[in-house]
Design a protein around this ligand. Structure first.
Ligand code: ADP
Length: 537
């Protein structure tokens, strides 16, 4: 194609949808603009008189000009087409073009023209940039939420460790000979500490619910036992106020279901706890009902009271977080205002509901509706992860909790290795197990625990998680390796720890532990764990 013939056709380029530029390669080897179609003129905002006869460097100047010229020279020297993106700094905002630049040879085989066609990719670029910004914001939010999780886990650990000392020692103190006044002081410390623990557990539970971190551990369980347990745990609190606590579990209601018993216990503890808290006289009743005909939620558990009731105007928001009914004349009522928010979130997590009805001055009824399969109807779900004691349900401010009463010397001769670095907690375990006749050995680090186990063995190990030198998880792994290598049976290991997150339970089990008890623990709970694991071994 002759050069002149070619330039005669520039006008045709206006029919093209893309932005097209044409550069003529001079005798000096420099490419200079000779044509831009309408689209290209719109994109660059240049007129023919602006660009004609100029190189890209002369036209744009600076970095943009140098870059464009390099692209042009690259195609000239290689003789091959190239595709690249360019940014045009137009008056309003940057324009992004994806350009393909082709060499055009004359009939003599000389590279005479460069023809570039560009598509405007500004909106794609903007979308990519917006996506990138969103991704960065999401990463940041995720980071912040992980930081919050870490903070909560740490705070929980730091508070539970001393709380274990306070509650445990107080429990032991109450078992000693105290005069009436001392008994009142000890009860007050005990009740205040357990109340404080409830607040801490509420806040942790609530933040886990907000972060959608509530995992369900489904297994077959007896609902009747759970209802009865809750009644037993709160019985003393009701009796103290002179309220009649009734449990109504009719014969025709099935006992066995598959579900997360600890979460159901937590729901019922919250509702029954509230019923007792807001009732001054009369009764509180916990009642189960089962209607196989109700397709949606056949299982109903009602907690009814004859207490102060709730005004209709307040009904809507008692389930909101941090809200308490404003009773102008009443004294400030203890509680975080989180209980019902947690209760409803837990029920909803299980596919259920919690509703309330009330007549002010006469009482309230809270109804939990659930649809739990019965064993055999559906395979058990999440396995038998031991529940994390430490939530509201594990704490009762009722003095004189009934529990397994062990005959003295019940663990006589049982060699228990206690890996625990905190001196107060060592003392606590020593005192709690004193009357059982167990033979206790203490290790202040995981390393010492491993060495003691390897040299002397043990019948059961109580293992703290965070200890200096070697933590409880690593110590457990080493003990399990040692047992395998020496052909020994597995010694039961129970984690005794202030880390109360569900992920901690999983970490303990994964490391080879058998059970988990979260601090602060009660004497009865400690004994129950030892008996259970001792029996299984
Ligand atoms: P809190 O931890 O403060 O008890 P909840 O979320 O459990 O918070 O309850 C929120 C509010 O709902 C309570 O402060 C109380 O005013 C009201 N409430 C809950 N249960 C009852 C009840 N059984 N009788 C009367 N009022 C109740």
């Amino acid at each position: 194609m002759q050069q002149d013939e070619f330039s005669d056709h520039f006008g045709i380029l206006d029919a093209v949808e893309l932005a097209v530029i044409v550069l003529k390669v001079g005798d000096d080897g420099q490419p200079r603009y000779v044509a831009m179609n309408t689209k290209a003129r719109e994109a660059t905002e240049f007129e023919h008189s602006d660009y004609a006869g100029k190189t890209a460097l002369e036209l744009y100047g600076g970095t943009i000009g140098r870059r464009a010229l390099n692209h042009h020279l690259g195609v000239i020297s290689s003789g091959k087409e190239a595709t690249y993106d360019i940014v045009l700094p137009t008056e309003h905002k940057a324009k992004y073009l994806s350009t393909t630049l082709r060499p055009v040879f004359d009939s003599g085989g000389r590279l005479a023209y460069l023809v570039g066609s560009s598509a405007d990719i500004t909106s794609e670029r903007e979308r990519d940039e917006a996506l990138e910004l969103t991704r960065m914001a999401l990463d940041k939010a995720e980071e912040a939420s992980q930081a919050k999780e870490r903070f909560l886990a740490n705070m929980s650990h730091e508070i539970r460790t001393p709380m274990n000392g306070i509650i445990g020692m107080c429990e032991l103190l109450k078992e000693t000979d105290l005069d009436e006044q001392q008994q009142v002081f000890a009860d007050t410390i005990f009740n205040s500490a357990t109340a404080l623990l409830t607040v801490i557990n509420d806040v942790l539970d609530f933040s886990r619910i907000q972060a959608d971190k509530i995992a369900l551990h489904d297994a077959p369980f007896s609902l009747r036992d759970v209802v009865q347990d809750v009644g037993t745990l709160l019985w003393a609190r009701a009796a103290y106020k002179g309220i009649d606590l009734r449990i109504d579990y009719p014969e025709d209601v099935p006992h066995e279901f598959v579900g997360d018993a600890s979460k159901i216990r937590q729901i019922l503890m919250n509702l029954l706890g509230n019923a007792i808290k807001f009732t001054e006289a009369g009764h509180v009743t916990i009642r189960a009902a089962y209607d196989p005909g109700a397709a949606k939620l056949p299982l109903r558990i009602q907690v009814a009271d004859s207490g102060i009731g709730i005004e209709p105007s307040q009904m809507d928001w008692i389930f909101s977080a941090f809200e308490q009914v404003d009773r102008k004349t009443a004294r400030v009522i203890e509680g975080t205002g989180l209980g019902l928010a947690i209760t409803r979130a837990l029920a909803e997590r299980m596919g259920g509901t919690v509703t309330a009805a009330s007549v002010p001055g006469e009482g309230s009824v809270f109804t939990v509706g659930l649809n739990l399969p019965q064993p055999g109807e559906a395979g058990p779900g999440g396995g038998d992860t031991p529940e994390v004691l430490g939530s509201r349900q594990a704490v009762s401010t009722a003095p004189g909790l009934p529990g397994p009463e062990l005959p003295p010397e019940a663990l006589k001769g049982m060699r228990i290795l206690v890996a625990e670095d905190n001196r107060t907690n060592q003392l606590l375990v020593r005192k709690m197990l004193k009357s059982t006749g167990a033979d206790l050995r203490f290790a202040g680090t995981g390393q010492i625990a491993v060495e003691l186990f390897e040299s002397e063995g043990a019948d059961l190990i109580l293992m703290d998680l965070s200890m200096p030198v070697l933590g409880g998880l690593d110590a457990t792994r080493r003990i399990r390796t040692h047992e395998r290598e020496a052909g020994l049976p597995e010694c039961p290991i129970v984690a005794l720890t202030a880390n109360a997150q569900p992920s901690d339970v999983e970490a303990c089990l994964a490391a080879g532990m058998n059970d988990f008890l979260s601090k602060p623990f009660r004497k009865n709970e400690l004994l129950a764990r030892i008996l259970r694991q001792g029996k299984q071994a």
